[in-house]
Design a protein around this ligand. Structure first.
Ligand code: ACO
Length: 445
C-alpha cells in the first residue's frame, strides 16, 4: 500500500487495514494472484493480469447497472443504507433541515464547508442576482408546443445555456467554474417556472430579488395580477426543506451521468443537462409522478389490500418503495412527512391520496413480502403528495427535483474535475453479436 493510500485510509476511517489483500486462484490455469484491498475495494484493473495465455485480453468484471462498482472517490454525500441515514459533507440531513436553508446547503455541497457569514451573504447575493435569463431564452421557450412537458423544456433550455456562456468551456478556470455554479443554481428555478407558465399559456413572471430562493420560485410560478407576490412562510419553508432533501444523493443515476458526460471534459452546463436527462426517467426522478398515479388508481383505502396482493403477485410495482442503497426507511421520506400537515394547513387543502399512502405504508411495513426484501418508503413516496398540497401540478414533479439537485450535480462535477483519477468513462462489454459477417447487397436479401 502506498503512503498516500495509507494516509487516506486513516483519515477517511475506511475499513481496510494495511496489508489487506485478496488471493484469487484461476482454476483454468492453477495460477494464484494477490490483489490489494484498499478502502473496502479491489481494483477491477488488477483482474486484467489474469490470463490463460499471453495473447488473452485478461479477465474483466461484469456489472450491469454498476451495482457493486465504485467509480470515484467522493466526499460530497454519504448514505448509510442499512441504518437509513444521509449526510452532506458529514452533517446529518435532519440537522440541515432543522437549522440550515437550501442556499447554504448548496454552498456546503459545492465548496465542502459551511460558509462564514461573509461567504454566505456573498453567495446568496450572487445567486439572487443571476436569476434572470437572457431574453432569447424566452423566445426559445416560445417555440415549444403549448402542451410540451415542462421537464423536456427544462432539459432543452439548460442545454441551451451552454451556448450563452461559452466561457464555461474553460473548465480548469476556478472563476468560470464558480460562475457556472452560481448561474445554474440561480437560473434553474427561472427556467422551470417559465416552462410551467408556458404550459398554461400564462405570461412569464420575472424574478423578484427581494424574495428568498423558494419564495421567488413560488412568485415566478403563481403570481397573477397582484402588484407583489407574498409567499406563505410555511409553504416557503416546506419547499426549502424539500430542496435540501433533494440536493444530493451520492452516486445515483443522474450524478453518475453528470460525471460520465463531464469525463469527456465538456462544459458544466452540458454535463448537467445529462443529469437532467437521467432524472427524467420513471425509475429515478419520475417516480413520484408514478406514485401519485398509483394512489389515484387505488382510489380509496379499502382497495389497498387488493393492490398489495397485485404487487406480491408481480402484477404491480409499488412505486415510491425500495431503493438500490437504502435497505431501511429513507430518512428523507420521514422528514417530508413532518411537513405535510403544515403545508395542508397553510393551503387549506385536504389530500385524500395521503390517507391511501399512509394505509399502504402501514400495511406494507407489516407484510413479509416487503420486510424480507427490505422495501421501505423512499423520498418519492411522500414527495408527490406534498407537491400536490403545494398546488404543484404532476407534470412539474420531476422539474421540482431537478432544481435542487443542480447543486449536488455541480458539487459532483467539480469534485470530479479535481480528481486525479479523472479519465474518460469508457466501459467494456461482453460482445454477443456476429463476427466476420459479409455485406449482402440489398437485392439479394
Ligand atoms: N415494488 C415491489 N417489489 C419491489 C419493488 C417495488 N417498488 N422494488 C423492488 N422490489 C422487489 C423486486 O421485485 C425484487 O424481488 P425478487 O427478489 O423477488 O425478484 C427485490 O425487491 C429486489 O429489487 P431490485 O429490483 O433488485 O432492486 P433494485 O435495487 O434493482 O431497484 C429500485 C431499486 C429501481 C428503486 C426499485 O426498488 C423500484 O423500482 N422502486 C420503485 C420505483 C421508485 O420508487 N424509484 C425511486 C427511487 S428513489 C429516487 O430515484 C429518488
Amino acid at each position: 500500500m502506498s503512503t498516500d493510500k495509507a494516509q487516506a485510509t486513516e483519515n477517511g476511517e475506511a475499513q481496510a487495514v494495511q496489508g489487506d489483500s485478496l488471493t484469487v486462484t484461476d482454476n483454468r490455469t492453477g495460477e494464484s494472484y494477490e490483489f490489494e484491498i484498499t478502502e473496502g475495494t479491489v481494483s477491477a484493473m488488477d483482474f486484467r493480469q489474469i490470463k490463460v495465455s499471453e495473447d488473452d485480453f485478461g479477465l474483466m468484471t461484469h456489472d450491469p447497472g454498476l451495482s457493486n462498482t465504485s467509480h470515484c472517490r467522493s466526499s460530497v454525500s454519504y448514505i448509510g443504507g442499512e441504518e437509513g441515514t444521509l449526510e452532506y459533507r458529514g452533517i446529518p440531513i435532519d440537522q440541515l433541515c432543522d437549522y440550515s436553508n437550501y442556499l447554504e446547503v448548496a454552498y456546503l455541497l459545492i465548496y465542502g464547508h459551511l460558509p462564514t457569514e461573509d461567504e454566505y451573504n456573498d453567495w446568496v447575493y450572487q445567486v439572487t442576482h443571476h436569476t434572470f435569463v437572457h431574453e432569447n431564452i424566452k423566445d426559445f421557450m416560445h417555440g415549444f408546443r403549448h402542451d410540451a412537458d415542462p421537464m423536456g423544456m427544462l432539459l432543452a433550455s439548460v442545454g441551451a445555456l451552454s451556448t450563452f456562456y461559452p466561457e464555461a468551456r474553460e473548465i480548469q478556470n476556478e472563476h468560470e467554474r464558480h460562475m457556472a455554479a452560481v448561474r445554474l443554481i440561480a437560473k434553474m428555478p427561472t427556467l422551470a417556472a417559465f416552462a410551467y407558465r408556458h404550459s398554461l399559456g400564462l405570461p412569464y413572471v420575472y424574478p423578484d430579488n427581494e424574495l428568498s430562493y423558494t419564495g421567488n420560485f413560488l412568485n415566478m410560478l403563481f403570481k397573477m395580477s397582484e402588484a407583489k407576490y407574498e409567499p406563505d412562510p410555511r409553504v416557503e419553508r416546506a419547499l426549502d426543506v424539500l430542496f435540501i432533501l433533494h440536493a444530493d444523493h451520492e452516486q445515483n443515476c443522474s450524478a453518475a451521468t453528470v460525471r460520465t458526460v463531464g469525463s469527456s471534459l465538456t462544459d458544466p452546463y452540458t454535463a448537467i443537462t445529462g443529469g437532467v436527462a437521467a432524472l427524467y426517467g420513471p425509475l429515478h426522478g419520475g417516480a413520484n409522478i408514478q406514485v401519485v398515479e398509483m394512489l389515484e388508481r387505488i382510489g380509496s383505502t379499502e382497495n389497498v389490500p387488493d393492490f398489495l396482493e397485485g404487487v406480491k403477485n408481480g402484477n404491480e410495482r409499488m412505486m415510491g418503495f425500495g431503493h438500490r442503497v437504502y435497505k431501511n426507511y429513507d430518512p428523507r421520506a420521514r422528514i417530508i412527512q413532518d411537513h405535510i400537515e403544515e403545508v395542508l394547513e397553510a393551503t387549506g387543502k385536504q389530500n385524500p391520496l395521503l390517507d391511501i399512502a399512509r394505509e399502504l405504508e402501514k400495511r406494507a411495513l407489516d407484510d413479509e413480502y416487503f420486510t424480507d426484501r427490505k422495501l421501505y418508503p423512499n423520498v418519492d413516496f411522500y414527495s408527490g403528495v406534498i407537491y400536490e398540497a403545494l398546488n404543484i401540478p404532476t407534470e412539474m414533479f420531476t422539474v421540482m427535483f431537478a432544481i435542487p439537485r443542480t447543486s449536488g450535480w455541480m458539487a459532483q462535477w467539480m469534485e470530479w474535475m479535481n480528481d486525479e483519477e479523472l479519465r474518460i468513462v469508457r466501459p467494456r462489454q461482453i460482445y454477443t453479436g456476429a463476427r466476420d459477417a459479409d455485406y449482402v447487397p440489398i437485392n439479394e436479401r
